[in-house]
Design a binder for this molecule. Structure first.
Ligand code: SER
Length: 881
């Protein structure tokens, strides 16, 4: 049996022998593409090459690409685990031609590789071709049909429409007709019953697509029209996991050597059993699939967090954790223990996982711990919900189930299982309605409609960035457009343009984009921001140019850039200093370099001590004072940069040639595309303003440089002066404040004692006001106590040692009425009254809602005028009982 490593290698060797240059997988985390959070197809990294604005590394390329389909247009997350062949993370084997070969070779090689090299029986294969589309005015792909006819019978060439056989990366962008290769892995008896041709594209687990050959020839515009690409290209994508399943002769991707080691581990270490029950099997698949998505994303720079891409990863991690919790009975962190298993599987293909193994493990374990705590809090909430509604309809409403899902990470199926265990049901329709509402809100919150570019000059090359050497220059406008962003029903228009050559730095590597102006005669366009779209430098402007043609004078805001440079160089110095002080495990995890401050995220598991922070500041300031000249090296071959000892960040996509920034070869060598001071003394001063944690194992410092650092220190001194003046004490303000705090605490204690004494007196007075009502006793009074806390303790006090009594206490707190109901223990155990039920009726009189348990309940309201009615109602309820 061939191993997955051999199968992958055979693919790459096959295309290498056909003059394809083998390239590395791009990071799984998508950067610089506003339409994507994660790489979802092998072709993502070649988008600009298809569009003809960047020359490809070679006319023929091949690779294996780490992909994630758990968000956006291609999202398989909810299916994963329930079937045997969908994944969040998977490897896509691909070969590309950029204006070189086309349909004939792509089809011939596809066929040859599968049948002759991999030895797949041709009788198992079906192919699909694009059948045409009237809206797009496209006919059937007769060329593809003719090419396939050379290799396969007509009855196995199936035509499908746009949905299946026209591949598009997103709403806009490169696209074209495609031809898919499907494979029928069913047993002969089943084949005899239903012909395979009927099951193609029908979601059958054993008749599946393995390879998609896309003939990229159009660019889909925002107005939905198709414009031919400068050259006809080929983009193929084959799912490695599925291919390996077919070649290893197993029935499920999870039975291949890409997954088996996890099954063995889970069975050995956690007593799980693959195949024992459907639920257990699904849970194991979820775990196996998700650990890959999690590990590769973190390795490539995206840790779990609470927004955007980070949130996708957190959700995936939580999904794995709770499937294990619910169906495998694993209630301790365990996913992190799968990291070494994964690292071993990919030792030769993606060694980056193994290199970061320790960090990955710690981070995942911390996430799991914190999720398990959340799960516990959610479970408590769930129990409380059931308790409060005991005796009522045994239905968990949709809003509550959704809250558990959204805030506490409970999937609806977990809530359902927990509910069923206690004989309750979940309002599934209500849950779905809440989910839909949230989706609608999300859509409204950030819909971007991309307008098409208006071409002024043909752009056949990427814009040239001149901003390392100059802040100004003459430029031509190549194209401009309007983007509409819909946010909460408000439409915002953003205008953008692209220049042929530009001194404006486009936001990347954490450094914000430049601002400035474009001038031509009297006309002035303000540049509000500069960003990258893939590798295109795009300027956000305040208005569209009236006459775009001709030469424009570009000018970057020099003062702003000066501050940005100082902050960026200081970021390199602080990175080096942190490694010196904390250790070599410190690695950059993210950064923000703006004109206002620098923010640096790095891997480290403890809070930094005061001494460590001071030490880092001292090192950086000493380096600044030393006046180290910038040693900037452009176009250094990547291998040479590695040899220099440059720090490579995982998840960064480096070209063959890189820019290296050195401040003293003994101290700081980094690969960096940012702008820097020419000498460290330009930074003038460095001061750390804060240090904290942003997620497990990742710390963040924020710091100031130059005049901002001085201003920061000045502000702090001014505050100190104010404190001194207020204290009328200039010697030792810290000691004086500490004394103030101590005496404040003592006074508070004193006050509390007095208040308790008052409440005691109040209680005596109240006891005298207990009335007999029917067969019971009632105390219904509005009292004057400092807060809800005292009200509650008063109610409990009154309830204690008494019998046959219902206590209804009201108070007004900051203008808002509050109500407590307590019933004595004898009434509670006899079930005569229920405080939770009583309060629901009583609180209505003050316009409020409340809840609690049988013995005690509390409510807030809006209308204190209603108290007399509350008391009257209490009387009525007792009389009637
Ligand atoms: N872009 C196509 C896909 O993702 C083929 O690589 O399926």
């Amino acid at each position: 049996m061939k191993t997955s490593n051999e199968i992958r290698k055979q693919f790459l060797d096959y295309f290498s022998a056909r003059q394809h240059e083998i390239v590395r997988s791009a990071p799984i985390v998508a950067k610089d593409d506003p339409t994507l959070l994660f790489t979802n197809a092998g072709m993502n990294q070649f988008k600009d090459n298809f569009l003809g604005i960047k020359a490809p590394a070679a006319p023929r390329l091949a690779d294996t690409q780490k992909c994630l389909r758990a968000s956006g247009k291609h999202n398989d997350l909810d299916e994963v685990g329930h079937d045997t062949y969908h994944h969040t993370m998977f490897e896509m084997l691909g070969n590309w031609s950029f204006g070189d070969y086309y349909k004939a070779e792509a089809i011939e090689w596809g066929w040859d590789l599968l049948t002759n090299v991999y030895g797949i029986d041709p009788d198992l294969i079906y192919v699909t071709v694009f059948g045409g589309d009237a809206d797009d005015n496209l006919g059937e792909d007769v060329e593809a049909v003719a090419e396939w006819q050379k290799w396969i019978g007509d009855d196995r060439i199936l035509r499908f429409d746009k949905k299946d056989n026209f591949w598009e990366m997103g709403e806009v962008g490169p696209c074209g007709p495609c031809s898919e290769i499907h494979i029928d892995l069913r047993r002969p008896e089943e084949k005899a019953k239903v012909p395979g041709a009927e099951l193609v594209n029908a979601d059958h687990p054993e008749v599946i697509e393995i390879w998609n050959l896309v003939f990229m020839e159009f660019n889909r515009k925002a107005d939905k029209s198709l414009v031919p690409l400068p050259a006809k290209c080929v983009d193929t994508g084959m799912g490695l996991e599925r291919l390996v399943m077919a070649l290893q002769g197993v029935k499920s991707n999870y039975d291949t050597d890409l997954f088996r080691p996890y099954i063995d581990f889970l069975e050995r270490e956690y007593g799980a059993k693959y195949g024992r029950s459907e639920e257990e099997t699904i849970a194991m698949r979820v775990v196996m699939d998700h650990i890959r998505a999690i590990a590769f994303s973190i390795t490539d720079g995206q840790a779990p967090s609470n927004n955007k891409a980070g949130y996708v990863i957190r959700r995936i991690l939580r999904r794995a954790s709770r499937y294990a919790f619910t169906f495998l009975g694993i209630n301790v962190p365990f996913l992190y223990r799968l990291v070494p298993v994964l690292a071993e599987i990919y030792r030769d293909t993606f060694p980056e996982v193994g290199q970061q193994q320790e960090y990955l493990g710690k981070l995942i374990e911390e996430e799991e711990k914190s999720f398990l705590r959340t799960l516990e809090r959610g479970t408590q909430l769930f129990d409380e919900y059931l308790r409060e509604r005991a005796g009522g309809e045994r239905l968990i409403n949709g809003a509550f189930a959704f809250k558990l899902y959204d805030t506490y990470g409970f999937p609806s199926d977990l809530t359902r299982i927990m509910a069923e265990e206690k004989g309750w049901q979940v309002d599934v329709a209500g849950f779905n309605a809440e989910m839909q509402k949230q989706k609608d809100r999300a859509r409204e919150a950030g819909e971007v409609q991309t307008g098409d570019w208006v071409e002024i000059n043909a752009l056949d090359d990427l814009p040239v960035f001149t901003g390392y050497d100059t802040l100004e220059g003459t430029a031509r406008i190549m194209r401009y457009r309007t983007l509409e962003t819909k946010k909460k029903n408000k439409t915002r228009k953003v205008y953008q343009l692209v220049l042929d050559t530009t001194p404006f730095y486009a936001e990347s590597g954490g450094q914000i984009g430049d601002t400035g102006t474009l001038r031509k005669g009297d006309a002035v366009i303000r540049i509000l921001d500069t960003k990258k779209e893939n590798e295109l430098i795009v300027h956000e402007i305040d208005r569209l140019p009236e006459f775009a043609e001709g030469d424009w004078e570009a000018q970057v805001d020099p003062e702003r850039r000066r501050r940005i440079k100082a902050n960026h160089s200081a970021t390199h110095l602080v990175h080096a200093a942190l490694r010196e002080v904390l250790g070599q495990h410190v690695e950059q995890r993210g950064s923000l370099v703006s004109d206002a401050l620098l923010r640096f995220d790095f891997s480290h598991f403890q809070k930094m001590t005061e001494e460590e922070i001071t030490r880092v500041e001292e090192i950086v300031n000493a380096r600044i004072a030393e006046g180290i000249a910038l040693d900037e090296r452009r176009a250094v071959p990547i291998a040479e940069a590695k040899e220099l000892g440059a720090m490579m960040l995982f998840g960064e996509k480096y070209g063959d040639q890189v820019r290296v920034i050195v401040f003293d070869p003994e101290f700081s060598i980094e690969l960096c595309g940012g702008t820097h001071v020419t000498n460290t003394h330009e930074i003038r001063l460095f001061k750390i303003a804060s240090e904290g944690s942003i997620s497990a194992g990742v710390r963040r410092i924020e710091a100031y440089t130059s005049d901002r650092a001085l201003a920061y220190l000045g502000d702090n001194l001014a505050t100190l002066e104010q404190i001194r003046a207020l204290l009328k004490q200039s010697q030792d303000p810290a000691k004086a404040v500490a004394q103030l705090i101590d005496s404040h605490k003592a006074l508070e204690k004193e006050l509390q004692k007095l208040q308790q004494a008052q409440v005691g007196q109040l209680k005596e007075g109240l006891l005298a006001r207990i009335k007999a009502v029917g067969n019971f006793r009632l105390l219904a009074e509005v009292v004057d106590v400092p807060s809800g806390k005292e009200l509650k303790s008063l109610a409990f006090d009154l309830r204690k040692d008494r019998k046959n009594t219902v206590i209804v206490l009201g108070m007004v707190n900051n203008g808002k009425p509050m109500l407590n109901v307590a019933i004595t223990a004898d009434l509670e155990s006899a079930g005569t009254f229920n405080a939770g039920q009583l309060i629901r009726e009583l609180a209505a009189e003050i316009g409020g809602k409340g809840g609690g348990q049988a013995g005690f309940a509390a409510a807030g309201g809006r209308d204190a005028e209603g108290f007399p009615k509350v008391m009257a109602k209490a009387l009525e309820l007792l009389e009637g009982a």
